[in-house]
Structures are given as C-alpha cells and as structure tokens.
Design a protein around this ligand. Structure first.
Ligand SMILES: [Zn+2]
Ligand SMILES: [Zn+2]
Length: 225
C-alpha cells in the first residue's frame, strides 16, 4: 500500500507544472488554490466562504536575479496571499528592443505579459532599461508601467538616467505601485502614498506606505494591508 501511495504521489508530482514555485522555490499548484466555484456547492459554510484572491504570477525576464525575485516575492506575500514566482525566466521580446537607446518598450513588455496572466495577474521584472513615450521624449526611460485595472505590470531595476540599479527597497515600493495600477488604482494625490505620481522623478523616499483610501480599495481586492 505504501508503494502504491508513493507511485500516486509521483504521478501527481509529475502532472504538476514544474515551473510554478512559491517564494522559496517550493512547487505550488495554482489550480487548487484558485477554485472555480460551482453551482453544485450548496452548503451554507461553502456559500459564505470567500473565494481566494486571484494569483499574482511573478516573471523574471532573462537574467533578472533569482535572489532579487525571491526577495520581492516574500515582500509581496506579506501583503497579498496568492503569489507564484514562476521559475522559468521569460525571454525579453527582441521586437520591443530599441537599439539606439539600449532599452525596451515597456508597453511591448506588457503586451507580452498579457499572455501569461493565467486568469490572474502578471508582473514582469527586468534589469534592462524600459521606456514609455511622454512629452519630453518618445523613448523616455521609466521605472515601471502598469495597465490600470488590466492585471498586468512591469518593473525595471535599472535607473535609466544614472544607469545603475535600484535599491531592493525601492524595487519593493515600485512593485507595489505598479501592482496598485494593475489592480485598478490611479495615481493618488496623497504625497506620502505609494500611488503618488512620480512625475518623471523619484519619490521613493517620501512614500512609506499606501494611504488609507488606497489601502481600503486594495483590501477589498484581497490585499492584507
Ligand atoms: Zn504610476
Ligand atoms: Zn493613496
């Protein structure tokens, strides 16, 4: 019997995707934790049970460091219960590369990530410079970009002007800001809120948290702020 159990476990393990892991690299099965609520579930207890929040899938592009991704994953898990760090890195889409400026089109990366939401959210992470057009330049370097309410965002650890890496804590704040957009938040007037408009600059130092309004909104979407 023991052997039979082991074989069943082995078959199950094989059936699971090898690429989905938790922040520490342990395998996860997102399908199980994101149940489809069927009409046949009639018990009162089941009815009152809240569905688990949608998964946020975290994707490393190319050689974005695993250690940095794991740090961000653990930080995100502190405020959101359903996070999957995808083990296999995605290749940066070459068609989004702007050679002269040595940078990638951020909206192009979002288009790419749209395919990997798996019914949840997709967050891309890159060490390359990313750009988005504005009134100053059609290839203006940015820290991150999120599509408001569209479940997709991308962050870069490379500061485009100085061409040096962000600190881990800035990356954490950047991730939460862009995810805020992905979950439907616009920029916030509160100058101390994570959702403040960076206005082409860097406001990491002045934003210690989400403001109460943004917190309330995100908590209604399954966050634990
Ligand atoms: Zn923003
Ligand atoms: Zn706010």
């Amino acid at each position: 019997m023991k052997l039979k159990g082991q074989i069943i476990l082995m078959v199950m393990a094989f059936a699971l995707s090898m690429t989905f892991t938790d922040c520490n690299g342990r395998r996860e099965t997102p399908a199980k934790a994101n149940p489809v609520h069927q009409k046949s579930v009639v018990s009162k207890a089941a009815k009152s049970e809240k569905p688990k929040p949608l998964y946020i899938y975290m994707y490393r592009y190319d050689d974005f460091p695993v250690a940095k991704a794991k740090y961000l994953c653990r930080e995100l898990e502190k405020v959101y219960p359903s996070v999957i760090l995808v083990k296999t890195a995605l290749p940066l889409p070459t068609k989004e590369y702007y050679k002269k400026g040595n940078r990638y089109r951020a909206a192009g990366l979002l288009d790419d990530l749209e395919r990997f939401k798996n019914g949840g959210f997709a967050l891309g992470m890159t060490d390359e410079i990313i750009y988005h057009p504005n009134e100053m330049s059609p290839t203006w370097g940015i820290f991150g970009l999120g599509r408001t309410g569209k479940n997709v965002c991308v962050i870069s650890s490379m500061r485009p002007k100085e061409r040096r890496l962000q600190s881990d804590d800035n990356m954490r704040k950047l991730m939460l800001h862009e995810l805020g957009h992905a979950f439907g938040l616009n920029h916030c007037k509160d100058q101390h809120c994570f959702m403040v408009d960076a206005e082409h600059g860097d406001k990491f130092a002045q934003t210690p948290a989400f403001c109460d309004n943004c917190k309330r909104y995100l908590n209604s979407k399954g966050w634990k702020l």
